[in-house]
Write a protein that binds this ligand. Structure first.
Ligand SMILES: Nc1ncnc2c1ncn2[C@@H]1O[C@H](COP(=O)(O)OP(=O)(O)OP(=O)(O)O)[C@@H](O)[C@H]1O
Length: 225
């Protein structure tokens, strides 16, 4: 579904990412790790057509990202749910309205979708916060709202950028459980994180590949994590 063939990316200076080849299959589970500034967020952006490679080829759902056009990019955004590092919300809307925003934007805000919204808020444990405004949420609640917003359009893949960045251990485990559950439902999941203890803990729940960006290249990390 997401395929990289000898991909490189540069923001204008030297290459940040070099010669990356990778296949993200449906139902797969990956962690993406590497030092701060290594290019994890940049790599994720290449996976959902927010960036196009400066060399090589990124193919998203069978199409070269360079040939997607506006409709093609919109289709990719529907099929790839992204939990951003800073999980920004519209503060004048309620939590429920923020989570439902991707439905509203894609014109699929039907009654059935509204029911899905209620279920989804229950799944992430935010039913009681549905009417709250985003600034009133705790860090963990924000992360769970961001996850709900990413999955409301039933994407094929979920990309999460440091989803447990600002939460305590218990909450990070809860978020991981939600991501593992999504994977069991058949979604491909990729989580960018610095947190090696999170990866170690997840290994008992899911069979995941761990990728590391090191010296501009993507490597499969060994079992020595
Ligand atoms: N829009 C941009 N223009 C120029 N340079 C950028 C841009 N975005 C990111 N960079 C640079 O690219 C490098 C990689 O950034 P990126 O955010 O992909 O790293 P990261 O591995 O996700 O880092 P972190 O773990 O700190 O979030 C950094 O040096 C960053 O400053």
């Amino acid at each position: 579904m997401i395929s990289f063939d000898h991909v490189a990316y540069s923001y204008g200076g030297g290459e940040l990412l070099t010669d990356i080849s990778l296949e993200l299959a449906p139902g797969s589970f990956h962690f993406l790790t590497g030092p701060s500034g290594a290019g994890k967020t940049t790599f994720l952006k290449l996976c959902y057509a927010a960036l196009t490679p400066t060399a090589g080829q990124v193919t998203l759902f069978g199409k070269d990202v360079r040939d997607l056009g506006r409709d093609g990019v919109a289709d990719v955004r529907r099929r790839v749910g992204v939990v951003h590092q800073d999980c920004q919300f519209l503060d004048h809307l309620s939590v429920a309205e923020n989570v439902a925003l991707p439905l509203t934007v894609s014109g699929r805000d039907t009654q059935a979708a509204r029911q899905d919204l209620d279920e989804l808020l229950g799944w992430v444990g935010l039913t009681h916060r549905a009417r709250a405004r985003p600034p009133e949420l705790s860090g963990g609640e924000r992360q769970r709202a961001a996850l709900a917003r990413a999955v409301i359009v039933a994407p094929d893949a979920i990309l999460a950028d440091e989803p447990t960045g600002n939460v305590d251990w218990e909450m990070s485990q809860r978020l991981m459980t939600l991501l593992v559950e999504l994977n069991r439902m058949g979604r491909a999941v990729m989580i960018a994180t610095h947190d090696l203890s999170l990866i170690r803990a997840a290994k008992s729940q899911v069979s995941a590949r761990v990728l590391r960006i090191s010296n501009r290249r993507l490597q499969l990390a060994g079992a020595d994590l």
